[in-house]
Design a protein around this ligand. Sequence first.
Ligand SMILES: *[C@@H]1O[C@H](CO)[C@@H](O)[C@H](O)[C@H]1NC(C)=O
Ligand SMILES: *[C@@H]1O[C@H](CO)[C@@H](O)[C@H](O)[C@H]1NC(C)=O
Ligand SMILES: *[C@@H]1O[C@H](CO)[C@@H](O)[C@H](O)[C@H]1NC(C)=O
Ligand SMILES: *[C@@H]1O[C@H](CO)[C@@H](O)[C@H](O)[C@H]1NC(C)=O
Ligand SMILES: *[C@@H]1O[C@H](CO)[C@@H](O)[C@H](O)[C@H]1NC(C)=O
Length: 359
Amino acid sequence: MAAMDAAFLFLVLVGLGGSLAAGKAQVPAMFVFGDSLVDPGNNNNLLTLARANFDPNGIDFPVGETGRFCNGGTLIDHLGDRLGLTLIPPFNDPATNGSIILRGVNYASAGSGILNDTGEIFGNIFTMDQQIQNFNTTIQQIRSLLAGSTRNHFQRSLFAVITGSNDYINNYLLPISTTSSQYTPERFTDLLVRRLGTQLKALYELGARKFFVPGLGPLGCIPNQIAFRGNGSKSCVESTNNLVSLHNAKLKAMIRAHDKQLRGSTFLYWDSYSFAFDVIANPASHGFKYQNTACCGAGRSKGEIICLSIIAPCENRSEYVFWDPYHPTDAFNFIAAKEAYQGNLQDSLPRNVKELVAS
Ligand SMILES: *[C@@H]1O[C@H](CO)[C@@H](O)[C@H](O)[C@H]1NC(C)=O
Ligand SMILES: *[C@@H]1O[C@H](CO)[C@@H](O)[C@H](O)[C@H]1NC(C)=O
Ligand SMILES: *[C@@H]1O[C@H](CO)[C@@H](O)[C@H](O)[C@H]1NC(C)=O
Ligand SMILES: *[C@@H]1O[C@H](CO)[C@@H](O)[C@H](O)[C@H]1NC(C)=O
Ligand SMILES: *[C@@H]1O[C@H](CO)[C@@H](O)[C@H](O)[C@H]1NC(C)=O
C-alpha cells in the first residue's frame, strides 16, 4: 500500500505530462468500463493472450508497464487528470481495496466487447456483462465503507463506457468469424447497440446517472486494418470505417433516447470518430508526423505483429498517432482527453465532460 500511495502521489505531483496539477476533484469518483483502450491492467492476473504488462508498454508512463496498451496514459488517465483525480485503479488487483475504491474503480478488460463471445479467442477476460457484475461487487463494498446510503455518491460520480471496437475487429471482421455469416452489417450493428443499451440501463439501475459514452473511432485507420484489409496503399480501409459509422449513428440515437427516458440521467455522447479522423487526415496540424504506421509493431504499417518486448519502439513517441497496431499513443490520448473534457462534443448541454460533471 505504501508503495502504491507513493506512486499515486508522484503522479499527482508530475501530472501525466499534462499542465494541470491535480486540484480539487470535480467528482467523488469515476467508474470505467470497456476494453484495452482504457484497461489499466485488469488482465494481468488472468490466463489470456490479451495482456500488456511488459515493456516497451509504459515506456513513457511514470510507473512503467502496468498492463496499459500504451506508451503512457490512456484516455481515461488523462481525463481523470483533468478532473483532479489520481489514477483509477484496476478492479482485478488485490491492492484495490479499502477506502481507495471510493475514488472509483476501472473494470475495463482488454479483448472484451459488448457481446459475451467477443474476446473468447484470447482466453479468460471480463466481458461487459461480467464488468457490470464486478461493479455490483464494488457497490456492496462501498456500502459498507460509507455505512449507509450510497445513492448520492454514485449519482455524482462519472461513468465512462468505452467498448465495441473488439466486437468488430476481433469478432465480426475476423476471417474466421461466424457472426459475419450470421448477421448482415445492419443486423449486427442493431444487435450490438441494443445489447449496449441494456448494459447502460443495468448501470443506471445500479445507481449510475452521469454517463460519458464515446462512439467508436475510425477503426479502418488503425495499422492492423491497414495491414490486413488495406489495398496496399496506406490509406484507411473504407469498408471498416463504413461499418463503424453505421454503429455510431445507431449508438448516438440510443444514447439520446436513454438520456430522455431514464429519469435523472445525463448521457454525453462523443463523436470521437470525427475527432480522430481529423487528426489522422491532418496529422501535422495536431503535432504528429506519422498517422498510418505504429510506433511499436512489425510488418506492413507495423500493423501485422503486436508490440512485443523484442521489438524496439520508435524513438519519438509523440510524433505518432498509433502506439501499436490497435491503440493510440499517450500524445493522442492527451489531446483526445482535452477535447472530451472541454471541447464542443454536442450542441446541447452538457457539451463536454466538464459540464457533465458540473451539472
Ligand atoms: C488491501 O491490500 C493491501 C495490499 O495488497 C493488503 O496489505 C491489505 O491487507 C488489504 N486489505 C484488505 C482489507 O484486504
Ligand atoms: C452473458 O454472460 C452472462 C454471464 O457472465 C450472462 O448472465 C448473460 O445472460 C449472457 N448474455 C447473453 C446475451 O447470453
Ligand atoms: C447486484 O447484487 C445484488 C446483491 O448481491 C443482487 O441482489 C442484484 O441482483 C445484483 N444486480 C445485478 C444487476 O447484478
Ligand atoms: C486504396 O483505397 C483508397 C480508399 O479506400 C483509395 O483512395 C486508393 O486510391 C486505393 N489505392 C489503390 C492503390 O488502389
Ligand atoms: C518529438 O516529436 C515532437 C513532435 O513532433 C517534437 O515536438 C519534439 O521536439 C521531438 N523530440 C525530440 C527529442 O526529437
